[in-house]
Design a protein around this ligand. Structure first.
Ligand SMILES: [Zn+2]
Length: 331
């Protein structure tokens, strides 16, 4: 029995406990004074660009999550959670908001049907360089490479590139995601595009036209018209703690303001890629320049009256509602 297996079994057990009616009063009490926000990325069937991150969150799983969440929470729009954070009223049922990172297209009939069925108004945090399927985020490009190119082909090509650019080599394919997390954030897109080309994959445009992973601008407008909301998740999905002052205009300020203006948004929430916050002085500047209404890292459920710039969320896509709720409260 490997460690991974043990973890999985414990997760299943914890999930069952979290979902069980016996614990419902306890969970209800724990979450009452917290700003409960959960996040997903991708909901649907296995696909190459999400293969490295996929944990089996199908439409069916998503539906079960909402069913379980509804037994404890009133599922509310993100703006209502922010109001709750700043106010002092105590709602009858605790609030929870559902969010999605990376801007994958949610304006699909199958998914919208489930959201409508449960009356859920969700928030999508978009990567602006990928909107309209104009690019594929660098981690997802790496996932395509790992899924569709043979390991004994992409590993030496990766190492050749790293020898040229001064990055560390890898021995096995499953080390690539970890190794690339250390890349220079200003060169990540250039390097992953070179690797894509070296691996003889079809032109990116062809891949994107075929898969169309992301929201289009029109899709976002429809999404908003249905009562859902849009947030910002950076322009190219870097580790934000490694952004320098001179990167901020291109990565954060300009695209955030453009998104806000293009969609006529009154408020713009922000979620950190990888949950990795800016350096403190850049965080202050980002809030001043973009007027973000709130920002989220990924450390569970924040206590009520946490400053809006220091909020947190809990991941739910992997283990489902039961486990996420327990973990979210005890972090
Ligand atoms: Zn992300």
């Amino acid at each position: 029995l490997g460690l991974k297996r043990v973890h999985k079994v414990l997760q299943g057990l914890g999930g069952a406990l979290g979902r069980s009616w016996v614990f419902r009063p306890l969970i209800r009490r724990l979450v009452r004074g917290r700003v409960n926000v959960v996040y997903y990325h991708y909901v649907g069937d296995f696909t190459s660009y999400y293969a490295d991150f996929y944990k089996g969150c199908t439409l069916e799983r998503f539906r079960k999550d909402l069913e379980a969440l509804r037994k404890i929470f009133e599922i509310v729009p993100l703006s209502k959670i922010i109001e709750f954070n700043q106010g002092d009223n105590l709602p009858e049922a605790p609030y929870l908001s559902v969010t999605f990172d990376d801007g994958f297209n949610l304006y699909r009939k199958d998914l919208m049907q489930i959201l409508d069925e449960f009356g859920v108004k969700a928030t999508t945090f978009v990567i602006t360089s990928c909107l309209n399927n104009e690019n594929l985020m660098w981690r997802n490009k790496l996932s395509v490479i790992r899924t569709t190119v043979k390991e004994d082909q992409y590993v030496p090509k990766f190492n050749d590139l790293m020898a040229r650019f001064g990055g560390a080599p890898i021995r096995k394919g499953d080390q690539m995601m970890r190794a690339t997390a250390d890349w220079d954030m200003s060169r990540k897109d250039e390097w992953v595009d070179l690797l894509w080309k070296e691996c003889d994959l079809p032109p990116l445009k062809e891949f994107l036209d075929e898969h169309r992973p992301y929201f289009t601008m029109d899709g976002l407008e429809d999404w908003i018209r249905e009562g859902h909301s849009v947030g910002f998740h950076t322009h190219t999905h870097p580790f934000c703690s490694r952004l320098r002052s001179e990167d901020m205009e291109r990565e954060i300020f300009a695209p955030a303001l453009k998104l806000k203006e293009r969609l006529g948004l009154e408020t713009l929430p922000f979620s950190y890629p990888f949950g990795d916050r800016f350096q403190p002085d850049l965080e202050r500047e980002a809030f001043d320049r973009t007027t973000f209404s709130c920002s989220f890292a990924i450390e569970g459920f924040a206590k009520r009256h946490t400053p809006n710039s220091r909020l947190e969320r809990e991941e739910i896509e992997g283990a489902g509602a039961g486990w996420a709720l327990l973990r979210g409260c005890f972090r």
